[in-house]
Design a protein around this ligand. Structure first.
Ligand SMILES: [Zn+2]
Length: 137
């Protein structure tokens, strides 16, 4: 109790009697500009997946050549390095090439930022899901 209800769009307190509404609009516009919205993990992965296709040229035909779950294992590699970075708070951990990395060492491009590595992992897993769906028909 005593908690002030705040508008979900602008972050300002809701006027008395309008606390049941989640955002301004009933009795007027938001008094402040909207809060910056953080892009969600799923959205970041979808954008990275699109980048892999459009910029890296990883088309369906290209992905289908990796029929031994290499993309899933590559995703595992990036998720693993991200986990170590978070646990050890160490961005230098990226230099270690996982022994199970399925591609040429030149393709191992981890970032210092664990979020970036998790996004890569997610996009690789999404690519593996698409490949499995295509080939199960
Ligand atoms: Zn508002």
């Amino acid at each position: 109790m005593g908690e002030v209800t705040k508008c979900e769009l602008c972050g300002e307190p809701m006027p008395q009697g309008e606390e049941m509404f989640k955002f301004h609009g009933y009795s007027g516009n938001c008094p402040k500009p909207p809060l910056p919205r953080l892009i969600s993990g799923a959205e970041m992965i979808a954008l990275e997946r699109r980048r892999q296709i459009e910029v890296e040229g990883w088309t369906s035909e290209h992905d289908d050549e990796h029929s031994m779950a290499q993309m899933a294992i590559a995703g595992l590699s990036y998720a693993s390095v991200a986990a170590s970075q978070v646990r050890l708070r160490d961005g230098c951990i990226k230099e270690v090439l996982p022994i199970y990395w399925p591609f040429s060492p030149d393709w191992w491009k981890p970032a210092n930022d664990p979020v970036r590595n998790l996004v890569k992992a997610g996009a690789l897993i999404a690519a593996e899901i698409d490949r499995l769906q295509r080939n199960s028909k």
